[in-house]
Design a protein. Sequence first.
Length: 256
Amino acid sequence: MPRSIWNGAVSFAGVDVPVKVFGATDPQGVQFRELHEPDEGEIAHRLVDDDGKEVDRKDVAKGFEVRSGRYVVLEDDEIKAASATKRKTLDVEHFVPREQIDPDVYDRPYYLAPPEGAEEAYAVLAAALKRTGRVGIGRVVLRSREQLAAVMEADGMLRMHTMRFADEIAAPRKSDRPTGAKKPDERMVKMAAQLVDGLTATFKHGKYRDTYRDRVLKLVKRKAKGEEIDTAPAKAPEPSDDLMAALEASLKGRKR
């Protein structure tokens, strides 16, 4: 069983529910190593100062730039002291309806598990969240940094998501917004909605594979066999000159 990364409690209204926190992600992306092309030796990244001299990691400090070229250096213990709480708790401030939370604010998921002796309190909180459809919103110090977090019920368990603060989500720029847009043609909207309905399905996470990873691994096998790889860039699709005709053709194709 993996080691927990944090042991503490979910705290609300004077009640503490002891929990252990475990990572809920297992990245499966393709990992590349940087090599020196002539001899395929691995390249190491080293710490150097402004003069190009190598620096020992024990001599590296953390500094905050207060003005150009002027830094305030902070020790790790001083940074930890900035954490508001002295208890290892996720302090729930409010419970909010789950559907009110924009998925964009979620950052990283974690599983919460009860330590021995805390199973009942854990089960009670999970059942209460499921019955009310609420999510607990609070703050937790994780990896030396206070973070906004949400606690929710998922398949009889408690799950925690760290969250982005409101000022961490950039507002769309004016240049990103469509300009000169007029009210869409109702007939085209109706046809587009029919196409949406035709592709509607129950969401099953497991059926969506990382096809990029599959293609890269296949490419590696072919390259290892000495096969030549086609590197022609993909062509970007051209916008439809006649959107109405494209919608009609797509609907006819789906009906067939």
